[in-house]
Design a protein around this ligand. Sequence first.
Ligand SMILES: Nc1ncnc2c1ncn2[C@@H]1O[C@H](COP(=O)(O)OP(=O)(O)OP(=O)(O)O)[C@@H](O)[C@H]1O
Ligand SMILES: [Mg+2]
Length: 242
Amino acid sequence: MSTNQDESASVIELDGVTPFASGDNRLCFRHPNHPDRCIKVLREGRASSLHASSPFYKRAMREAYFDDNRREYRAYQQPAIVRGNVPYDRHIAHCFGWVKTTLGDGLVTDFVANSADMPAQTLEAYVGLYGLDEPVRKAVGEFCEFLRRSLVLTKNLMPHNLVLAEEGEALRLVLIDGLGLSTVLPLAKHIGYFARRHVEKRIQWLNFRLEWEVSDRSVSWRETEKRFRFRGVPLAHQLKEI
Ligand SMILES: Nc1ncnc2c1ncn2[C@@H]1O[C@H](COP(=O)(O)OP(=O)(O)OP(=O)(O)O)[C@@H](O)[C@H]1O
Ligand SMILES: [Mg+2]
């Protein structure tokens, strides 16, 4: 997953180009030479402001540690993805490596489009409009099954970091941000039991979060999350989603 050979020498002009979306940390552009890919660059000054506001024990880290793009790229190097026993592209945006842009290093991944070739809707936006209807429950169930089979490690699965690809009447969930481990000890990377535990916890958390998304939200998410209790790794016949 190195820098694309054909693009390594040239710098992609992004000054004055409107991103199709942006998050707290990155700007997302459609790739000018590959419309089915996107380029993500760090928002200006984002790594240095995160560095400055971090707790003292993290401040010793270099600024690159706070670069979301580099962290995501490292997360793509996790054993479950590199070994490739379970193909990941259907549920995690494929990573094509780095390009140089006028806004700094850009990470290139699949662009997930809807049927009108516009950015696919996030899971958050979808459930806000339609609730947890049958197609989306099915898509969530399939995505969770993929995580259990592949044991790809993710951070908490925020509904705005999952988008919905359309396949006829059906929907397919694709993670576009939030790969990797946020825990200090990387046990889950190397030991199956901890990987299963980690994945199951993310799945239970996602289902808990989705129930909150469709609730009346009279209790804030911050308060609600305090009530989240991991129920452990269930036996295979007990696995059941929302
Ligand atoms: N590959 C993609 N295909 C389609 N839409 C995407 C893709 N990547 C990002 N988006 C859209 O852009 C938004 C922001 O992207 P992304 O989550 O990567 O930015 P971020 O700054 O890392 O986010 P956060 O605020 O979660 O830290 C997403 O919520 C999604 O709506
Ligand atoms: Mg995001």
